[in-house]
Design a protein around this ligand. Structure first.
Ligand code: SF4
Length: 70
């Protein structure tokens, strides 16, 4: 699993960072999403999917995994 974040769509609502603070943070200047861990573990997958689903701007998505990773 690999997360893609489009900071041009992010409105800085912070839902992702609230849902999954070990994966997402927010830029201190404008509040846009910062990916702390773009390739989360399998154990974190459900939480990440919930964060993506709950993002109000549709800025988060799942990207194809980097070669050699899952
Ligand atoms: S939930 Fe979506 S809009 Fe809110 S900070 Fe995260 S990526 Fe940005």
């Amino acid at each position: 699993m690999r997360i893609a974040a489009d900071t041009t769509r992010c409105i800085g609502a912070g839902t992702c960072a609230f849902t999954s603070p070990e994966i997402f943070d927010q830029n201190e200047q404008d509040g846009t999403v910062v990916l702390l861990r773009p390739e989360p573990s399998d154990a974190q997958a459900d939480t990440v999917r919930r964060a993506i689903h709950n993002c109000p701007s549709g800025a988060l998505s799942l990207a194809a995994p980097t070669e050699g990773t899952t």
